[in-house]
Design a protein around this ligand. Structure first.
Ligand code: GMT
Length: 376
């Protein structure tokens, strides 16, 4: 946005997860564009390291007390937002993931008695499709989303879900897709780790997630096992979570345990993704599928489920989407994409498709939206 630089408070989950990645990368991109960014989170965002000009960090301290089985994080966050807003005269609070961040932001505004910043809430997925729908959270989530000055959703799919499930008027939701830095996520990254995972004649299949059941990581192994029966291949899994044990067991059951490596949580996903030949994302539900976009930016074709926002991201020759749970169809699609005569075209198409979501395209969309919200 040419003209006035903004002071923006950003809140998201600072640990691993797509919404946290988007919150952090957006803050860093905005800071690069000269805005003053204040991260208000309970821990240092995991992709934030080293000194970055225009970036400030406010840790939300959540005191524990013997009475609290559940320390009230949302209240401590509201007060941290109030303090940062007052001390730094913030123009905007941009919260990522509605539960409970939209509620904390609304309360912070109340504490500031109308003198506070405008609030923009970005909806990411399970805050609408799973957690926000839970009867324990539904009414407060709907209320808080409605009280936000601006609402964005990461896909058209998520916008539709929000309208349907939370009765938010369509005109109140702006779709701003997730983005990727094409300079950081690309094919020719050095050092290349490929030889660590596979020999020259083996294909490298990859999966990255938080290993929650919604990701269907056991399907990843089942798809891979079918691919590995037809051609030499290795599976590299990145991330960790509750389904990791079941996934390892599935690798044993499918007889491919010696061809699967679990790297656990990794900070430098780009350098690992850039040596993959195929990316698998067979999720049950996916509002956007940021990691599929990151893989595509690295020239890696994607095979996944035709669900949620994934069909908005993986289009044309960039990959193939099949019915959730149809591991045979996904394996067949993967084998086709890996064929020597086809792979390069798919890889080029994946990179080309990712260009539509380059940070330089999407971040100005957020800036323009902020401007509209601030004008009221
Ligand atoms: O529930 C999750 O999978 C985690 C969640 C998050 O907050 O990290 O992911 C959601 O947000 C991502 C970033 O916008 C999207 O790319 C994911 O598709 C979305 N996950 C789901 O909808 C399941």
């Amino acid at each position: 946005m040419a003209g006035r630089k903004l002071k923006i408070g950003i809140t998201g989950y600072p640990v691993y997860g797509g919404s946290g990645v988007v919150a952090t990368e957006l803050g860093l991109e905005l800071a690069r564009r000269g805005h003053e960014i204040h991260f208000i989170t309970y821990a240092m965002p995991f992709r934030l390291s080293g000194f970055v000009e225009n970036v400030f960090y406010h840790e939300v301290e959540v005191p524990i007390y013997p009475l609290f089985d559940y320390p009230p994080y949302s209240l401590a966050l509201s007060v941290a937002m109030q303090n940062a807003s007052e001390r730094h005269d913030l123009d905007l609070l941009h919260v990522h993931y509605a539960v409970p961040h939209a509620t904390s932001a609304w309360l912070a505004k109340e504490l500031l008695e109308g003198q506070g910043p405008k609030v923009v809430t970005t909806l990411h997925g399970t805050d609408i499709t799973l957690v926000g729908r839970d009867p324990s959270y539904f009414t407060v989530t709907r209320f808080s989303i409605g009280k936000s000055d601006g609402i964005t959703a990461v896909s058209e799919y998520l916008k539709r879900e929000t309208i349907e499930r939370f009765q938010v008027p369509a005109e109140r939701i702006e779709v701003v897709p997730n983005f990727v830095d094409l300079k950081k996520y690309r094919r020719d990254l050095e050092p290349c780790h490929r030889s660590r995972f596979a020999t020259d004649d083996e294909k490298v299949v990859m999966h990255v997630s938080n290993f929650r059941s919604v990701k269907r990581v056991t399907d990843v192994v089942r798809i891979f096992a079918r691919i590995a029966r037809e051609r030499p291949a290795r599976l590299v899994c990145i991330g960790d979570g509750p389904e990791r044990g079941n996934t390892q067991q599935m690798a044993e059951e499918e007889g491919v345990a010696d061809r699967v490596v679990f790297l656990g949580k990794q900070d430098s996903v780009a350098e690992i993704l850039s040596c993959a030949d195929l990316f698998l994302l067979p999720s049950e539900s996916e509002a956007f599928g940021l990691v599929a976009l990151e893989a595509m930016a690295c020239g890696v074709p994607v095979v996944g489920s035709r669900v949620g926002g994934l069909p908005e991201v993986v289009t044309g020759a960039a990959g193939r989407l099949e019915t959730v749970g149809d591991v045979d169809a996904m394996a067949a699609a993967g084998l086709e994409l890996l064929e020597d005569g086809r792979w390069q075209e798919a890889s080029d198409a994946a990179r080309e498709r990712a260009r539509a979501f380059d940070a330089d395209v999407v971040v100005p969309h957020y800036e323009a939206y902020y401007k509209r919200i601030l004008k009221g």
